[in-house]
Design a protein around this ligand. Structure first.
Ligand code: HEC
Ligand code: HEC
Length: 380
């Protein structure tokens, strides 16, 4: 294979920006796949920053598709598509033609990859804004919209993985059938000349125009992003604030943020304090009235965070428990039960032991911090 290749004239196919784009994108997609599919939940920042990096890379590459050197130009992809039937025919006979730059099947794959990545960035921003109330769209995205976008984001992520496999199979096929060292080519930029390539006029890169376009796009993005980034998260509740509530209801356990249960659940709890989970938590009539009013005014129905939306679906059998809701159970099913019994946590209901922002009602992924319960003598 090597002998065959070195005898052929080498031509420079991939310019430096295209190669950098390719390998930085590979790296960013690996970070996304690791943090997206395998977590942990508090690696969300990595996921988000790699997503912003992908957005910037795509924008840069689209501009380079206009001003890059010949084989990096976007119109090459479109013109290659015209040869797709011929290329597929050749592949089926195991004798594909050697094309300079992206071959027709590869061009189709690259257009698909770019579209799927753009859609992943867009849906990712919506999910981040609406479920986590973070990022540029936090101030304008309702939870329900983000929940739908989350489904789409997941389907797109699996599609991307399938396309990456397709891309690798395509590269391997061309390397085997045509003996073209494509991976080395994407590193050095040089590849053997396509034997029957018609001599064509190769357009040079226009780096000044590209740099100006990138600077202009960066200005536009900043102008749009700055005002958006100052918005307060849509439907993010105020932190726990009622002093009497914290004093009375925080006496035996952590004082739950009122957005963690719907109105009917708080009413049930406040109406049965003398038989409160096996304890007598009775209060004076005035205290019951003040706390009930506070809980009612700040119940799950009044907030648009992920916990407020999901914990509204309380369990029919145990409507007074946050920890009995299907959502809560699903979120915490990977934690071993003894963690909750450990000395530092004591109970499932001790949300603040693992969620640093529990009092705010936000429950951000970045603020999950499970205390180390592994040391001897710490479990009861
Ligand atoms: C005398 C102690 C005591 C007081 C005071 C008290 N609670 Fe509780 N509460 C408990 C116990 C015990 C549980 C069960 C905890 C467990 O299973 O881990 C509980 C559980 C809860 C739960 C369910 C948590 C879960 O598992 O999802 C809620 C909600 C709750 N209490 C609200 C309140 C409110 C509101 C007040 C104030 C009006 C209050 N509690 C005052 C002892 C108390
Ligand atoms: C032992 C530590 C621990 C305790 C106690 C705990 N959690 Fe969690 N919680 C976690 C972990 C870890 C996750 C992340 C699960 C995942 O996505 O992998 C999580 C996830 C969540 C999420 C989803 C966050 C998101 O944006 O995806 C919510 C909401 C939540 N917990 C609420 C609660 C509430 C309410 C309580 C108390 C009733 C509670 N948790 C008690 C560890 C804990």
């Amino acid at each position: 294979m090597a002998g065959d290749v070195t005898k052929r004239t080498q031509v420079r196919i991939w310019d430096l920006p295209t190669r950098l784009f390719h390998w930085l994108l590979v790296f960013a997609v690996i970070v996304e796949a690791k943090t997206g599919f395998f977590g942990p939940a508090n690696s969300l920042d990595w996921h988000v920053w790699a997503g912003y990096a992908i957005a910037a890379l795509l924008a840069g590459r689209l501009i380079w598709g206009l001003y890059g050197s010949e084989y990096s130009r976007a119109d090459r992809l479109f013109s290659a598509l015209r040869h797709l039937p011929e290329h597929i025919g050749g592949l089926l006979r195991l004798k594909p033609k050697h094309y300079a730059g992206h071959n027709p099947a590869g061009s189709l794959m690259i257009l698909g990859l770019i579209l799927v990545l753009l859609a992943l960035v867009a849906t990712g921003l919506v999910v981040l804004g609406g479920t986590e109330k973070q990022g540029l769209l936090a101030g304008i995205t309702p939870y329900d919209v983000a929940h739908l976008a989350k489904g789409a984001h997941q389907v797109l992520a699996y599609s991307l993985m399938a396309m990456v496999v397709g891309h690798l199979v395509g590269v391997a096929t061309e390397m085997l059938l045509l003996r073209v060292p494509l991976i080395r080519g994407m590193i050095t930029g040089w590849l053997p000349k396509a034997p029957h390539a018609a001599s064509e006029i190769l357009r040079p890169a226009r780096p000044m125009l590209a740099a100006l376009s990138i600077a202009f796009s960066a200005l536009v993005v900043t102008a749009v992003a700055l005002p958006l980034s100052t918005h307060k998260g849509l439907g993010v509740p105020a932190p726990v604030s009622n002093v009497l509530y914290v004093k009375e209801c925080g006496a035996c356990h952590w004082s739950f943020h009122p957005s963690l249960l719907p109105r009917k659940s708080w009413a049930l709890i406040m109406g049965s304090l003398d038989q409160h989970f096996g304890e007598d938590a009775s209060l004076s009539a005035e205290a019951v009235k003040e706390i009930s009013t506070y809980l009612d005014a700040n119940a799950a129905e009044t907030a648009d965070t992920e916990p407020a939306n999901r914990l509204r679906g309380v369990s029919e059998a145990e409507p007074m428990r946050i920890t009995a809701t299907p959502f809560w159970r699903h979120q915490h099913d990977e934690l071993p039960p003894q963690v909750f019994r450990s000395a530092k946590i004591k109970s499932k209901a001790n949300c603040a032991a693992c969620h640093r922002d529990a009092l705010t009602g936000r429950f951000d992924d970045q603020n999950i911090d499970i205390p180390d319960t592994s040391k001897a003598g710490e479990t009861q």
